[in-house]
Write a protein of this length. Structure first.
Length: 290
């Protein structure tokens, strides 16, 4: 019965990211504008007659057991669907880890998407997102893709007017940032300067790229002391970016460019200085099938 599917799973950036509160269960509430970008992990998901979940990855630093979100996504789907089957997952990593780009969540979303088709369960996207939110706050958006406002802990999604293909460069150095530590630091802020989410929403609605660039912002930057982030932002602005902003809780930084040629030249020049330096663009799709 072996049935396979190959797909590319998009990463995300936060065009804006605000922390609006903390729930009684210690989860923080967000108000963020999410955007999928053309940086992809490659997945091959195979449904087999056997039992058990087998995961292999080309990156030896990535765990290939139940701590991996892709593995847990397969478990969660089979349980939800009431299916006894084997799943084999091959994962090729291109989204950097510890970057705030949702790499692990993108893989989990891809597994849910693939198994939904391979098993012919055909859950709706909102139904898949209900499974996904139990795995991680970014998973629901990475099942949806495009441009969306995320509220709650990330599970309340409002699709927005799709953006055109905006040229970007994303940089990441060797440093990573602990998400729990970043949230703890946010909790200590007395008078936080919140991003202007309404301005971003207006920019997206009217497709005003200048307004968008002027208002991209991330509350986590106010508590981040990461040399790589500061250096990446400085370099992107030097090479012509309209803005340079950290994504997620870090430590990747994206820059918005006027044209893809300038973005490509910037990325090629900075590849020697950063572990990850890639020109890409905004995309309306969470997945591409191969």
């Amino acid at each position: 019965m072996n049935k396979s599917m190959k797909l590319l799973c998009a990463a995300k950036i936060n065009l804006s990211l605000d922390v609006t509160g903390k729930r009684s269960d210690n989860y923080h509430t967000l108000d963020s504008i999410f955007q999928t970008v053309s940086v992809y992990d490659r997945l091959e998901v195979t449904l087999t007659d056997g039992k058990g979940i087998f995961l292999e990855c080309d990156n030896p630093t990535i765990p290939c057991h139940e701590k991996n979100l892709a593995y847990r996504a397969a478990e969660a789907f089979l349980t939800e669907a009431g299916i006894s089957a084997g799943v084999r997952i091959r994962l090729e990593k291109h989204i950097p880890s510890g970057a705030g780009m949702g790499g692990g969540s993108a893989d989990a979303a891809g597994v849910l998407y693939a198994l939904n088709l391979l098993t012919e369960k055909y859950y709706t996207n909102p139904e898949l997102r209900e499974i996904g939110v139990k795995l991680g706050a970014d998973v629901p958006f990475l099942l949806l893709g495009g441009t969306a406002r995320a509220q709650g802990i990330g599970e309340i999604l409002t699709p927005l007017n799709p953006l055109p293909e905006i040229p970007l460069v994303i940089l990441k150095g060797t440093e990573s940032i602990s998400t729990p530590a970043a949230y703890k630091a946010i909790d200590t802020l007395i008078n936080p300067v919140h991003p202007d989410t309404e301005a971003i929403l207006h920019a997206v609605d009217t497709q005003n790229m200048d307004l968008l660039s002027r208002n991209c912002s991330n509350l986590f930057e106010t508590v981040t002391e990461c040399e790589d982030v500061t250096r990446a932002e400085k370099k992107l602005l030097e090479y012509g970016a309209e803005c340079a902003v950290m994504t997620g809780s870090g430590a990747a930084v994206f820059g918005i460019f006027k044209n893809p040629q300038t973005a490509q030249a910037c990325a090629e020049t900075l590849q020697k200085e950063f572990v990850f330096a890639q020109a890409c663009h905004t995309t309306g799709q969470a997945f591409l099938t191969e």
